[in-house]
Design a protein around this ligand. Structure first.
Ligand SMILES: [Zn+2]
Length: 301
């Protein structure tokens, strides 16, 4: 497998927060480097159920994860298993639910906190955290720059074809402070500033990059049900493919087949939603993507 893609999931960011507060991502939309669409989550719009749907391409009613209290090893094929089937190398830097869903359950704090398993049928290189003890006043989240650095470390050391990063910082902030406040403005601003240099680096390393969230949050920091604020988030795409019209809304179940299509991996029979990206007829120029001569010779790092 020659193609490379990173999926960055910022937990619990409603559409309006992405579009209002993420100045670097929005600047790249203005410059033509990125494209952005609205994405609607599955129901229930709760974290674990959405993680499972993002990676299997099926709704919670089908994969069976009904919420954060019902996490188990899923039986459906997912993005990790399909990339492995095509000979690609996978990595994840994420909450431990991701390891439980797609590799092993229950989560063992020693065995599963960090693993490198080159022959594994799903996740080859995993770096996980559990947020054990999480509550209203104690977020128990790692610094996001540490997570971005860890993913980059895995990309450079192991040549990941597919890497997935998930961070709960903004979801926890939203539950604690809600959304119309200085704390939330600042938290989104900091996330955008921490993320931006890594996006540049990942593009220079040859990765397509998708930045999105699992679900939104409403004015009281709630999600789980059906409303635009709870279900709708943004999806930013950095890469050469063509996407739908700017006003189209992406269904969360389209993510898995889209990622696999971009990587050249087989789409599982259970993933029936249509990919939202397709190969471009002409390649768009990019300021972040290395020029052909740089790719062959003195690549910037
Ligand atoms: Zn979530």
């Amino acid at each position: 497998m020659n193609n490379k893609l990173l999926l960055i999931i910022l937990d619990g960011v409603p559409y309006r927060n992405f579009r209002r507060l993420f100045g670097n991502l929005e600047g790249w939309v203005d410059s033509g480097e990125a494209r952005v669409w609205k994405l609607r989550s599955v129901l229930p719009s709760i974290s674990a159920s959405c993680y499972a749907s993002i990676h299997t391409g099926v709704a919670p009613a089908e994969h069976g994860c009904t919420g954060n209290g019902n996490v188990f090893k899923l039986s459906h094929k997912d993005v990790f298993s399909q990339v492995r089937e095509a000979g690609g190398t996978t990595g994840a830097v994420a909450h431990s639910f991701w390891s439980q869903f797609f590799n092993r359950h229950p989560f063992d704090y020693v065995r599963d906190i960090e693993y490198d398993e080159p022959d594994n049928a799903t996740i080859n290189h995993g770096r996980f955290h559990t947020m054990t003890g999480y509550g209203h006043d104690n977020q128990m989240t790692p610094s996001d720059v540490d997570l971005f650095g860890t993913l980059t470390n895995l990309c450079l050391r192991f040549g990941l074809n597919y890497g997935m990063l998930h961070t709960c910082t903004l979801d926890s902030m939203g539950h604690r402070f809600f959304h119309d406040c200085q704390q939330m403005d600042h938290a989104c601003f900091v996330m955008d500033e921490m993320l931006a240099p890594f996006v540049t680096k990942w593009r220079q390393l040859g990765y397509e990059v998708i930045v999105t969230a699992d679900h939104g949050q409403d004015e009281r920091g709630h999600h789980g049900g059906r409303s635009a604020l709870q279900q709708e988030t943004a999806l930013y795409y950095f890469g050469t493919a063509e996407g739908p019209d700017k006003d189209d809304v992406i269904d969360q179940r389209q993510l898995a087949p889209t990622i696999l299509d971009r990587l050249g991996a087989p789409i599982a029979d259970t993933m029936t939603a249509k990919p939202f990206l397709k190969k471009a007829k002409t390649q768009r120029p990019s300021l972040l993507w290395p020029a052909p001569d740089l790719e062959r010779g003195s690549r910037r790092t």
